[in-house]
Design a protein around this ligand. Sequence first.
Ligand code: AGP
Length: 618
Amino acid sequence: MCGITGYIGFRKAKPVLLQALAKLEYRGYDSAGIAVLHEGMVQVRKMKGPLKALATRLATEPIEGAIGIGHTRWATHGEPSDVNSHPHTDVSGRIAVVHNGIIENYAALKAWLCDRGGIFISETDTEVVAHLINYYYQNVPQGPWEDRLLYAVRRALSRITGSYALAVISADVPDRLIAARKDSPLIVGLGEGEQFIASDVPALLAYTREVYFLEEGEVAVVYRDTVELFTEQGEPVDRTPTHIDWDLAAAEKGGYAHFMLKEIHDQPKAYTDTLRSRLVREGQDWAVKVEEIPLDHTWAAAPRIVLTACGTAWHAAMVGKYAFERFARIPVEVDIASEYRYRNPVFNPQDIFIVISQSGETADTLAAMRLAKKGGARIVAITNAVGSTLSREADQVMYTWAGPEIAVASTKAFTTQLMCLYLLALKLGTLRGCLRDANPYLQSLTEAADKTAVLLRRKEQIQRFAARQFNKNKVFFMGRQFDYAVSLEGALKLKEISYTHSEAFAAGELKHGPIALVDTHTLVVALATQGELFDKIASNIREVTARGAATAVITWEGEGEAAFHEVAQEVFTLPRIEDSLSPLLSVIPAQLFAYYCAVQRGNDPDKPRNLAKSVTVE
Ligand code: AGP
């Protein structure tokens, strides 16, 4: 998730921009850059690597000026590199742009601009914005000179599909910055004789606590002494500034106590971002368009899908197995990457081999992928990290677009992996003729974001439950099919950050061993979202209740609540979607439970002991 900033005022812009970018580092980035206006020129310094490398370079190649923009890039289009770093300039080098978001129609715009003399030097989607602004800047029909940049920005924005937070400067109009937002956050900080722009509050707190949060579609023209706001339609906006009273540490986490809690709350937006441009309306129907993966007859004819991953990503693979089998009626094999790599697996070059990893750098996952590649398999990667080793070595890559995940315990990276797998499974089901009407399922996918938001608003129930249960000796999660996969994830989350002994088992296995462990010090959390199996799971809950365990169930509101309110001691309900898509919602209470137990135990959920975010060694 990129960070953007801007400054106009009486100070030197460079140190202000660098300081602001340092406060946005937590968002994750792979390169950084600034552009400053000085003596009628746009000066740009940008490079791959950490901000301190940019600062070192700026010490030997200084740039002056009191108006500028800055950026930390988290690569989406094009690998992390100097040339792909922001700011990007137009062909004249007189307009510079920084951008956070995704320009979905950048390829069409690029072609259109190339036909009109545009010459592109990067692989980014953002560069088209600089060229497009310049195009309209050069083709202003009428109007005063000083409105020309605003006109050009607004015309350019009207051509863009996708999400953006943008900041623009022009050497021709050195008294202003222009900023705009749609589906990506942007804040204007208000000072005395100086103003600021940033993706997030922490970048501004050293200078001001009075801010405007730009609304969807709004454009801000930012001068040294004043700020003008406009709606998407160009109407002036009158707004009272918001006073920020968060401390700096809270501000970096968006006001949440921990990154993990923030990332749990990021999930509705992450779902929307994952689906953006991949699930589109075609008349009355929904259509899956995953352009990065040619879902053609070779997919339809594949004899088998193999999924491999580690940890949480392996749990996503488990959900993927149930989804591919259910929707596409195709045999699926799932294996833990560290097992797969040493078990001399049988390859079939026609198989589709899907490798899942949020970081794209997990040693065992990469080894499994390389082994399969050697065996002739086609490799499809599902990852959150653009430019990662996995994304470079796979044949095709589907990005999860979850944004950077800072907490070690994976939450939004996991749920967006599920979303990608559901899209692929539903598409394959249609291609193979196994799914006559995917619409109800695709409709449910579009509702997952809002329903997750509803679920998050019920978090106090989980917090209260965690306050009562956090010191249990043992916690078991159980479920069947999709619910078994989510049980595995619930148990892993809890053990990772609360250090409670927690395990998951397929509920049908209860009598085959695990029930021997159940006693009055045990909490059993049942997942019950598969309607046809309610009776079975209710019997399992009764069996553990009889041995003195405390019990909770995660189930649907309505029929689930009715089926379980007299069976389990605590019932967490989920807004209704299709049974087979339940993991998109049912994992959220499990994530929150783990989080609140960790906090109750006095642990730092963001940095659990002995664990690393990216496991790059065996
Ligand atoms: C998740 O909470 C864990 N930190 C861990 O299991 C993780 O999912 C695993 O190490 C795989 O990581 P990856 O997705 O980056 O490959």
